[in-house]
Design a protein around this ligand. Structure first.
Ligand SMILES: [Cu+2]
Length: 313
């Protein structure tokens, strides 16, 4: 799967997103009625009070108390009504705030790191159990990003040094597409998010698996063996973690289970051996400006590294 269009806010799949969508619909309804009344009055006045039919100076309403009370109270009632609707939607979508986060999502130029309370770490593709109200803390390591998965809830800014929390709950299994929603530099458009909602048992199995190193094949191919050596020798390790040693502050996506992910480079490529080789060969051509340098790998090195990374399931 590669990055398709974002999910629609009009197709909400969480209590938070339903509350926001409902608020939008009701506000739109109220405003549509106001719009219709105003437009109707304008048209009526144009027709009824044409200059040809009336004297130059119309009847004066200055000091008409009932009229003044009406045009004060009616707008007040409308604004109070909208406030009550908004407060309800806020109460339904605000995070609880008084417990430890289930997932910490960290925005980086230009990818997302996801760290689970269990210890699992991944990038760009966030697995969640269906129907569970998760507390997600959103942080940033560099500039202001914005985490937004339209079908699951509100936008939330990822501000360096100032974490925010959101509730996240997916009502049905499926893949929910999101994106960075705050311009954050040249590759802002390739900071896509996939939230993959799974039944609890499936999620638990995924979570357990993420915390272990990839089960390498009993008899790795010669390419994969050379690739693993290259991975250590070609400075990949100075940015990427594979397996045990996962630094607390990551500078690049964790690759422990890279081959299980569906996308590369936060959605810029689908994850298959051919695209992976393309990425290793020319990351700056695929995602210009990205913080993965072109390491000028030779053709055989790219092949070996691809073979090795493909074993990381
Ligand atoms: Cu961003």
């Amino acid at each position: 799967m590669s990055a398709g269009p974002l999910g629609s806010t009009f197709d909400p799949h969480s209590p938070e997103a339903v509350a926001i969508c409902t608020l939008f619909g009701r506000t739109l309804g109220v405003c549509a009625v106001i719009g219709a009344v105003v437009a109707g009055l304008v048209v009526t006045c144009i027709l009824r009070f044409r200059a040809s039919k009336r004297p130059d100076v119309p009847v004066q309403t200055h000091g008409n108390r009932s009229l003044e009370i009406a045009w004060t109270l009616v707008p007040l009632a409308i604004v109070v009504g909208l406030f009550v609707l908004t407060a309800g939607a806020m109460a339904a979508s605000d995070p609880p705030g008084d417990r430890a986060p289930d997932i910490v999502v960290v925005g980086h130029q230009w990818w997302w790191e996801a760290r689970y309370a269990s210890g699992a770490v991944t990038a760009n593709e966030i697995h969640v159990p269906v129907g569970k109200d998760l507390l997600v803390r959103v942080e940033s390591t560099d500039v202001i990003h914005d985490f937004w998965v339209p079908q699951l809830g509100r936008k939330v800014d990822a501000v360096p040094g100032h974490p925010y929390s959101i509730s996240m709950q997916a009502d049905a299994p499926g893949t929910y597409r999101g994106a960075c929603a705050e311009y954050c530099g040249s590759e802002h458009a390739w900071m896509r998010i996939l939230v993959i909602a799974q039944p609890q048992a499936e999620f638990d199995a995924w979570d357990r698996h993420q915390r272990q190193p990839a089960a390498l094949p009993a008899l790795p191919s010669a390419e994969a063996t050379r690739g693993e050596v290259d991975f250590r020798g070609k400075t990949c390790v100075s940015c990427h973690a594979i397996g045990g040693e996962r630094p607390p502050a990551q500078v690049a996506p964790d690759l422990t289970h890279l081959a299980q992910r569906t996308t590369l480079g936060a959605g810029v490529l689908a994850n298959d051996p051919e695209k992976l080789a393309l990425w290793l060969h020319d990351p700056q051509g695929v995602k210009p400006g990205s913080h993965m340098p072109d390491l000028h790998l030779s053709e055989p090195e790219v092949n070996d590294l691809t073979a090795y990374l493909e074993t990381l399931r």
